[in-house]
Write a protein that binds this ligand. Structure first.
Ligand code: DGY
Length: 324
């Protein structure tokens, strides 16, 4: 029997995941440690049975047409799937596997770390050592003061797996209230002591607003000028979901005008963000480069789960994590 053909869009995925695939399939990989060139992608996807891809690849009609009817399964090494046109995929009967759970802890930890970095102005403070600011003022009573979590109200937009992980990690910091909003009330919220509120209520009451929802038609550009106007002037916005949930031009205006106090972003638009983008010039904006799930364990588990999803679908057995 001939071996299934697979395309893997990067050569630098954790080796155990690649080995699992190579044992049973003929695998082609893009050879460079950067996102695959679209022309290579369109050429090499032709006639494959399975595709192992990342959030950096657009899986749209053009790509699926190029792949043709042989394509049975797409494994994305991500929990987010806004890069995949699910309607097109479903219409062709292609299965999609993704990676929930294995990155929940790492991403929730990162969200809290980014919240602390932003609220306590840690990047700005670190810079004072090298830019002479510290030498100029030594210890000053109000210098480099930020906000603490104790006694604050944290608002979580999207209390899914990662949102719940963030809520659980905020409790030991003695926040006084956790609010959340989303499409539906979540039974898990009870144990987390989180209160379901409307989006507007959350904006008005939260000291920290943390975006952990998926990007879709209803969350695209959710944080726009009108939303920033409803937030406290002292509010801090944290985004670890997708850059598309925020109208970035409106955020720049809100940060520059003092409409909100600060933002910490792990995700932005576009990615990679140009190094001279206006956001990089704002001292009240902490930027990190989409590293939410970047622990060796999470990335290894994400890669091996993606391989298991693909192999199961090719076998016709239940995928460990099937999106559709
Ligand atoms: C995901 O899995 O969707 C993340 O954004 C990548 O870490």
């Amino acid at each position: 029997m001939s071996r299934p053909r697979l395309l893997v869009t990067r050569p630098d995925i954790p080796p155990e995941a690649l080995a699992m695939l190579r044992e049973r399939c003929d695998v082609t990989t893009w050879d460079h440690p950067r996102p695959v060139d679209r022309s290579f992608f369109l050429d090499h996807v032709k006639g494959v049975d399975g595709l192992f891809c990342m959030v950096t690849e657009k899986i749209d009609k053009e790509l699926l047409d190029a792949a043709g009817p042989s394509l049975k399964v797409i494994g994305t090494m991500s929990v987010g799937h806004d890069h995949i046109d699910l309607n097109e995929v479903k219409a062709r009967g292609i299965k999609v596997g993704f990676t929930p759970n294995v990155l929940t802890d790492s991403t929730a930890e990162l969200a809290v770390a980014l919240l602390l970095m932003t609220a306590r102005r840690l990047v700005e403070a670190r810079d004072q050592i090298t830019n002479g600011g510290w030498a100029g003022c030594a210890w000053s009573p109000l210098w480099m003061c930020g906000q603490g979590l104790a006694g604050s109200t944290a608002g979580i937009v999207g209390l899914g797996r990662i949102g719940q992980g963030v809520a659980a990690r905020l409790r030991p910091f003695n926040v006084s209230k956790i609010l959340y909003t989303g499409r539906t009330e979540k039974p898990e919220a009870r144990d987390l002591g989180a209160e379901y509120v409307t989006f507007d209520d959350l904006l008005a009451r939260s000291d920290f607003v943390i975006i952990t929802c998926a990007l879709n038609e209803s969350t695209k550009g959710l944080f726009n000028e009108a939303a920033f106007k409803k937030m406290k002037k002292t509010a801090i916005l944290i985004n670890t979901s997708r850059g598309g949930t925020v109208d970035q031009a409106a955020l720049v205006t809100a940060l520059k005008s003092g409409q909100i106090q600060a933002a910490g972003l792990d995700v932005m638009t576009p990615e990679p963000l140009p190094s001279d983008h206006e956001l990089t010039t704002l001292t009240n904006c902490t930027l990190i480069p989409h590293v939410g799930s970047a622990t060796v364990k999470s990335r290894t588990d994400m890669a091996t789960l993606t391989s298991r999803n693909i192999l199961a679908a090719l076998d016709g057995s239940a995928m460990p994590a099937q999106l559709c």
